[in-house]
Design a protein around this ligand. Structure first.
Ligand SMILES: Cc1cc2nc3c(=O)[nH]c(=O)nc-3n(C[C@H](O)[C@H](O)[C@H](O)COP(=O)(O)OP(=O)(O)OC[C@H]3O[C@@H](n4cnc5c(N)ncnc54)[C@H](O)[C@@H]3O)c2cc1C
Ligand SMILES: Cc1cc2nc3c(=O)[nH]c(=O)nc-3n(C[C@H](O)[C@H](O)[C@H](O)COP(=O)(O)O)c2cc1C
Length: 773
């Protein structure tokens, strides 16, 4: 056991900073060993604190209570509780419940912690400015640098702590008011001539509420906040939010900040948290955006963890090492949720066209910590209202409450029964481009499995446009006939729709089957490949020939001919594959388009050929049937390649051309890509495209839970959701999801009804549901 210095006497400890981290660490140490000699140094007076209230969630406080029931009790006695979140937006006030928060004045919290620390024998030195932890390190066994957001210690030892401080783009100011917001945590979004501006308001004691005002830098400049004094800021904000303030003033208590008190939130990350006998804690080490109200929680929980480790580990080094190991994951998890929330507010103008119901849903799920079903646990009635709204909007019967994934969708005259799409997946089982019985069984099973739309694999417009010798084609009469057999089965036996994805492999052609060495050239019989420019996929692949005008005309006619065959085969929809580094994608991304003619250079030029193909295909494709385009919305190589904002520009061009829906995939355009994987990792690109252009989108990529699908749809992040691998593991994914969720409205194939009934019974009893895996 450590916690005492080498000769067994108690430790001499300095806490630099009398905020929640410094004070709570001192308390937590004294509780574990009263003999420690601990001094807290604070530059301000005891009751001289910036800010207003802080919030805790129910869960946060359990940890604090377990550490010190005494201070927890006194803090709790001063809590203001509320369960509701109210959102004022476009003249409506939407309230949802079950959120379980508590709030306390920051000043009160600090006074209670000071009192507890004093009772436990901690020495508190106020009005004592310290020149960073380095100035104390020689005189103490341990120095805890809890010196806040602008930690001098962190910058003094920047070479050791390696901090990254990211000053975020929005402006905010932390104000207070005596207007009551005691019935709900309240968000107010106001539209002004200068732009959108919003407030986060919550009550924290009998007569005071926090009122944080936030806006974009543009809006902030338009208002002239830059040159305003704190009083002028307050008066201006009072005018903006007058109808919510009931005549009460807005007050600033940030007199210690020079100038206007508006801040940009600094997102702080440090590679290391300790150096010699100094350890960073609280905001000095890591910050979490105020919109998820977890900064104080992080600070206090880190204090508990450090105090415990100092008493369980043999040395200071070991305690520091474990502290970093144990806390870092938790801090990163919270920081990631805080980042999602912060970015939502930074990009909020993207969502300000949404209907109030959807806007509210998007706001509540912004950190991605609250799932669709979790919202139901919080406020069933509210969520069911939102679900009914979604169904109504989709043209369904809103009296039957169903999840968003079971809402119908219409594109031109194609009506889908639900929002689930079997994403295109190459099977590599074709013979000379002809689909076989494998394809009949494979697609028929997925169509029987409940998805609204089944998209067939990339089907190639010519033999040399195939990726592998096993790829399907649409360039010979027997291909058309074989596809027609599949389409006819789907139409005769199921109510799914079926989409034909047409593509050309370009420089990624003449490669091995998917389960051999992906993207590697064939061992023998390679065929020549062409692309936008004379590039190669990798050193091992053959160099592609740059397409000339004759090639471009020929390939365009191949697409046209394939589209005519697809129409005759009866497909309900076409998708043109412009993603993943294949031929049309090679024109779009600057990584592979080096052309100097009108098909290279600017994005407009790079889009010219894919759009020529689209127009030519559209001209022969039945007017009542939709066409989608699949794109790679991010090359994952940074500024040299396609980035999400380029994807928005690409979508605008597709939208103007008359493409009905954008299938938003990403990557596979460069071997140098560094994708950032995670649940729903490509959905933000779909979200951005849909909400910035108004174009319908499909999201895809690591979406595997019904909950993911429902939250994506309900928040307006996509119109349809594609699942690929989950449908390889379970062709009946949609029917199984419905059974699990208790939805009894999805139609099953008639011969399978006894199986359905058994599944429903088992699901009703909460017994394991047999799945295909
Ligand atoms: C607008 C806004 C709203 C927030 N809302 C919430 C919320 O609702 N809930 C929540 O949990 N968190 C919230 N936070 C975050 C929260 O305030 C911090 O995360 C928390 O205070 C961190 O505690 P700390 O002890 O690390 O730092 P601080 O509370 O900043 O304490 C650091 C202390 O060190 C002192 N100090 C610094 N340098 C020296 C020096 N050289 N010599 C002597 N003393 C020094 C400072 O005076 C200060 O008192 C919010 C933050 C902001 C900006
Ligand atoms: C075996 C397999 C084959 C694929 N073939 C294609 C294809 O032909 N066309 C296409 O656009 N995407 C293809 N993809 C990509 C998927 O459609 C989808 O975008 C990707 O797998 C991510 O979705 P998931 O996480 O649900 O699997 C394929 C994916 C897999 C796993």
């Amino acid at each position: 056991m450590f916690g005492r210095d080498q000769d067994g006497s108690a430790m001499k400890i300095a806490c630099l900073g009398g905020g929640p981290a410094g004070l709570y660490f001192a308390i937590s140490m004294k509780l574990r060993d009263a003999a420690h000699d601990i001094t807290v140094f604070e530059r301000n007076r005891p009751d001289d604190t910036f800010g207003w209230g802080v919030v805790f969630s129910d869960e946060t406080f359990d940890n604090i209570t377990a550490n010190d029931p005494v201070s927890a009790e006194t803090i709790r006695a001063h809590f203001a509780y509320w369960d509701d979140i109210a959102v004022h937006y476009r003249g409506e006030r939407i309230v949802s419940s079950g959120h379980g928060f508590s709030g306390i004045a920051r000043k009160k919290l600090l006074m209670l912690l000071q009192e507890r620390a004093r009772d436990l024998g901690v020495k508190l030195r106020f009005q004592t400015e310290i020149a960073g932890a380095g100035a104390l390190a020689g005189d103490y066994d341990l120095v805890v640098a809890a010196d806040g957001l602008n930690s001098k210690t962190r910058s003094d030892f920047a070479a050791e702590f390696r901090p990254a401080v990211d000053l975020r783009k929005n402006k905010f100011v932390w104000l207070g008011t005596h207007q009551k917001f005691d019935d709900a945590f309240t968000f107010i979004f106001e539209h002004t001539e200068q732009g959108w501006i919003w407030a986060h308001a919550y009550q924290f004691d009998a007569d005071t509420a926090t009122f944080i005002v936030e806006c974009s830098e543009d809006t902030w400049r338009s208002f002239g906040f830059e040159t305003m004094s704190q009083d002028e800021t307050c008066r201006t904000c009072e005018r903006i939010f007058a109808k919510y303030l009931g005549g009460h003033a807005l007050i600033s208590n940030a007199r210690h900040i020079r100038g206007s008190a508006w801040l940009n939130f600094p997102r702080v990350l440090c590679e290391k948290w300790s150096y010699r006998n100094i350890v960073l804690m609280g905001d000095a080490a890591a910050t979490a955006h105020f919109s998820i109200g977890s900064g104080t929680k992080l600070a206090m929980e880190s204090a508990v963890a450090m105090a415990a480790l100092l008493h369980s580990e043999p040395t200071l080094e070991a305690a520091f090492a474990k502290y970093e190991e144990a806390r870092r994951t938790e801090v990163l998890r919270l920081q990631s949720a805080a980042r999602n929330s912060m970015e939502w507010f930074e990009d909020v103008e993207r969502y300000l066209h949404l209907d109030p119901v959807q806007f509210n849903y998007s706001l509540l799920t912004r950190s991605q910590r609250i799932s669709h079903e979790n919202l139901r646990l919080r406020d069933k009635e509210w969520l069911e209202g939102a679900e009914a709204w979604f169904q109504r909007l989709a043209g369904a019967d809103a009296n039957t409450v169903r999840r968003p994934m079971f809402a119908p969708f219409r594109l031109r005259d194609m009506r889908l029964k639900n929002r689930i799409v079997v994403s295109p997946m190459a099977q590599y089982k074709a013979v000379d481009g002809r689909p076989t019985d494998w394809h009949l069984v494979h697609y028929a099973e997925r169509a029987k499995g409940g998805a609204g739309l089944v998209c067939i694999e990339m089907t190639c417009v010519s033999p040399e446009g195939r990726i592998t010798p096993g790829c399907t084609g649409m360039y010979a009469p027997e291909h058309e006939a074989a596809w027609k057999r599949i389409v006819d089965f789907v139409h005769a036996e199921t109510d799914a729709k079926i989409c034909c994805q047409l593509g050309h492999s370009g420089a990624k052609g003449s490669t091995q089957l998917g389960w051999q060495e992906m993207d590697a050239p064939l061992d023998a019989d390679n065929w020549p490949v062409m692309s936008a420019s004379d590039t190669r996929w990798s050193e091992r692949n053959q160099r592609a020939r740059a397409m000339d005008r004759a090639d471009m005309d020929r390939v365009r006619e191949q697409f046209v001919s394939a589209a005519k065959m697809a129409a005759r085969a009866g497909f309900d929809m076409l998708e043109i594959h412009c993603a993943h580094g294949y031929l049309l994608s090679s024109f779009i991304t600057p990584l592979t388009n080096r052309r100097s003619d009108e098909y290279g250079g600017s994005l407009e030029n790079r889009m010219r050929y894919p759009l020529e193909i689209f127009h030519a295909v559209r001209a022969v494709w039945p007017h009542d049937k939709p066409i989608s385009v699949r794109i790679s919305a991010n090359d994952w190589v940074g500024p040299g390649g396609i980035e999400p904002h380029d994807a928005v520009a690409i979508s605008r061009l597709l939208q103007e051309a008359g493409v009905d829906i954008c299938d938003v995939s990403a990557g596979q355009t460069s071997i140098d890509a560094h994708p950032v994987y995670g649940r729903m990792f490509q959905t933000p690109f779909s979200d951005r495209i849909r909400n910035e252009t108004g174009m319908a989108t499909m999201a895809v990529g690591n979406i595997f839970e019904p909950d993911h699908v429902n939250s994506i749809l309900m928040a307006g992040r996509a119109d349809l959701v594609c699942l690929a691998r989950p449908h390889l593991a379970d062709p009946y994914w949609t029917l199984h999801a419905a059974a699990k969720l208790g939805d009894r409205h999805e139609a099953w194939p008639l011969p399978y009804l006894p199986g359905r009934d058994q599944l429903y019974r088992l699901a009703g009893r909460d017994e394991p549901i047999p799945t295909a895996v």
